[in-house]
Write a protein that binds this ligand. Structure first.
Ligand code: PMP
Length: 428
């Protein structure tokens, strides 16, 4: 497969766009380097690069594109928004409709605010939790990504239950040291951290199903214990459902799992492919936010009609009967096909899956936390990734990024993908 134009454009991009990409995860650094593929058109489950090659898309733009690209219902909503003005700086009727739709689906979000990204949603949840509790510290779980704000771009210190260290240059140690990072799915480590820091902790931040080192479900009882211990300490539970909401059911992972946080952050899917974030939670906690309360949050673009109307349309598509059953059916078919191909060719993998989201790790150890995910073999993944690209299947260029099935994927696409995986595994 030739990608000459992609290579040329990457050269041009390097000259003007820092690193040639507008988000570091788009670079091919982790898969052997070289020019990332430059896409120029997308429809349904496919996109086409600037050299005219077609790919089946499992990246789904890192999650948002759950109804496939340019879904007619979503496209219509965006066009209607465009012809009526995309930004008013005033309240609009659609934001009320949309907030009601979200609250009906995720009842713990008694009051809601829209903003522009997952990063903003999480960052504001933390501010609100701090305002409500009058405390400062945050506890989060290793490997979970909560956006690029200073508050959460923090790695674990030298051991569990130690204060964090900045995970990026430019973040003050003073901010990082307010964050404690513990392993996911490890109640004991969490309980230890809480016994040490619980009384100073404003909130515990958790992806209820992890989507940032592949797909990792919580072990039975884990989230319930996190809730119990957090509340006993007088702190708040914040679910980062930026990846998970509306992915596994029409609602949050919290609805699927039967656990309830105090605050929830949303993004990605709820924008139907346009920029959005949202946060919400218990009424008395949310009432901390201006204009009602002393915690400030604002946004020029917040609640813009284009994102809101695209989001409404996207949820309308997802609300159709059978959508999540089909994710389950196609997700299982894809997972089984990959596992069969791995067995046939003697390739060691672990496969985690929830509905239409799955992760393939090249490792022999089951993956239930970040430590295990990190042990996945990046060199084998890099070869697999390039082979799949040449087969016309686009994955995320990271050894533990999730694959997402969308409503646009068909059984034929899944079979095509399995055949490609089979050929790729035969060459590893
Ligand atoms: N939280 C989670 C769980 C995410 O996966 C992401 C993005 N990958 C974010 C927050 C940040 O969202 P955004 O990129 O929209 O700022």
């Amino acid at each position: 497969m030739k990608r000459e134009r992609s290579a040329q454009l990457h050269e041009q991009a390097l000259d003007v766009i820092l690193g040639g990409v507008n988000s570091p995860s788009r670079s091919f650094k982790a898969v052997g380097g070289g020019a990332p593929v430059t896409m120029e058109r997308a429809q349904g489950a496919y996109f086409w690069d600037v050299d005219g090659n077609r790919y089946i898309d499992y990246l789904a733009a890192y999650g948002p594109i759950i109804t496939g690209h340019a879904h007619p219902h979503v496209t219509k909503a965006i066009c209607e928004a465009a012809t009526n003005g995309t930004l008013y700086g005033t309240p609009t009727p659609w934001e009320i409709t949309f907030a009601n739709m979200i609250r009906e689906a995720i009842p713990s979000m008694e009051r809601i605010r829209f903003n522009n990204s997952g990063t903003e949603a999480v960052m504001t949840c933390i501010r609100v939790a701090r305002a409500y509790t009058g405390r400062v510290k945050i506890i989060k779980f290793a490997g979970c990504y909560h956006g690029h704000s200073d508050l959460v771009l923090v790695a674990a210190g030298s051991g569990p239950s130690t204060l964090g260290i900045p995970d990026s240059a430019g973040i003050p140690q003073s901010i990082a040291s307010e964050v404690i990072t513990v392993p996911f799915n490890n109640v004991q480590a969490f309980a230890e951290a809480m016994s040490k820091w619980g009384s100073e902790t404003a909130c515990v931040l958790v992806e209820p199903i992890v989507g940032n080192f592949g797909i990792v479900a919580p072990e039975p009882g884990f989230l319930e214990e996190v809730n119990r211990i957090t509340h006993e300490a007088g702190a708040l539970v914040v679910y980062d459902e930026v990846i998970t909401a509306f992915r596994f059911c029409y609602g949050g992972a919290q609805n699927l799992l039967g656990v309830e946080p105090d605050l929830t952050a949303l993004g990605k899917i709820i924008g139907g492919g346009l920029p959005i974030g949202a946060y919400g939670g218990r009424r008395e906690i949310m009432e901390q936010v201006a204009p009602l309360g002393p915690a400030y949050q604002a946004g020029t673009m917040a609640g813009n009609p284009a994102s809101i109307r695209a989001g409404i349309a996207c949820l309308e598509v997802l609300k159709q009967p059978g959508v999540y059953d089909e994710f389950e059916r196609l997700g299982a078919m894809l997972a089984n096909g990959i596992i069969e191909a791995a067995n046939k060719h003697g390739v060691t993998i672990q496969l985690n899956r929830v509905k239409g989201a799955l992760a393939v790790y090249f490792t022999d150890e089951p993956v239930s936390d970040y430590d295990a995910a990190q042990k996945a073999n990046g060199e084998i993944f890099a070869r697999f990734f390039q082979l799949m690209l040449n087969e016309g299947v686009c994955l995320a260029p990271s050894k533990y990024e999730a694959w997402f099935v969308t409503t646009a994927h068909t059984e034929e696409d899944i079979q095509f993908t399995i055949a490609a995986v089979d050929r790729a595994f035969s060459q590893l």
